[in-house]
Write a protein that binds this ligand. Structure first.
Ligand code: AMP
Length: 282
């Protein structure tokens, strides 16, 4: 079947009116500029819902989650490539929502603050004020439009995954969130829509954050290794925002025995901000 493309959720819903109500809907929300990481999410969705299900991808660059206006303005827009990529990964439909479908009163300057404890206070939340308020606002609105059975999120944005899981636990109890592992370039750099902005020098050094996280995850003396890797990054011209080993669910640095842990980090190199994370082996 050919890919269906809609420029509003209203059109998608009209087209779905005759659809089998028991067919599962798998949802992949994105901001476009699709790469192979996004394709993994779509492919996984397609595998899980099967031929009778419906895989819908949304593409919407959500202004309320950008804490940096220049970053929003410069966000890449590659509609035609995105459509080809979504189709070949197995999407049934791609929707470009109208802003009023997500923000009925118009896109606000500020959305209501969200308090999920440490999840919305630590790490990314501390360094990108308001970011998760915008993420929660848009993801909630998207889920209300799509009413999916399953929704797919990348582990690349680990804290986002934790925040969205908490939103779902509180407000969408019938929805299953499926985490999908991070797709990387050969040197370990996590794929990201923003990587197209890297110049040669930045691209050359960009995989260092991932290498640092792997070293931290493998170390027995975590604190010493965090310190060592942070200073290695700084010596190479990076500016580290945070590097830490945390409880994978609460993101707290005080973990108990037997909990799953994650090494997480964010740092600037050249003009670019990178985030990444890796599992800590048990
Ligand atoms: P974005 O378009 O950046 O909002 O990302 C849309 C979804 O794709 C989010 O759930 C991201 O976590 C996920 N994603 C982004 N990059 C990757 C990657 N390299 N590997 C796997 N998933 C990713």
């Amino acid at each position: 079947m050919a890919l269906e493309v809609y420029d509003a959720f209203g059109d998608w819903k009209r087209a779905r009116q005759g659809a089998d109500p028991t067919a599962h809907v798998a949802f992949v929300p994105t901001m476009g500029a699709l790469h192979r990481g996004h394709a993994d999410l779509i492919r996984r969705a397609q595998q899980e819902v099967g031929p009778s299900g419906h895989v819908v991808v949304s593409i919407y660059v959500n202004p309320t989650q950008f804490n940096d206006a220049a970053d929003f303005e410069a966000y890449p827009n590659t509609r035609e490539v995105d459509l080809r990529m979504a189709e070949s990964a197995g999407a049934d439909a791609v929707v470009f929502p109208q802003p009023h479908e997500l923000y009925p009163g118009g896109v606000p300057q500020r959305v209501p603050p969200v308090d999920y404890g440490g999840l919305t206070a630590l790490w990314e939340a501390a360094h990108r004020p308001g970011h998760f308020d915008g993420v929660v606002a848009v993801v909630r609105a998207l889920f209300r439009q799509v009413e999916p059975n399953r929704a797919y999120f990348g582990e690349k944005d680990w804290q986002q995954l934790a925040v969205v899981s908490e939103l779902v636990r509180r407000e969408f109890p019938d929805l299953t969130i499926v985490p999908v592992p991070t797709r990387r370039e050969e040197d370990g750099l996590a794929m990201s829509s923003r990587n197209v902005r890297l110049d040669e020098r930045e691209r050359g050094g960009a995989s260092m954050l991932h290498a640092a996280l792997k070293a931290v995850a493998a170390a027995t003396e975590t604190v010493t290794e965090v310190r060592r890797q942070s200073s290695l990054l700084e010596q190479a011209g990076w500016s580290v925002e945070y590097l830490a080993v945390v409880d994978s669910v609460t993101l707290d640095t005080h973990w108990e025995l037997g909990r799953e842990l994650r090494a997480i980090g964010a740092a600037h190199f050249g003009g670019v901000r990178f985030i990444d994370n890796v599992p800590v082996p048990n």
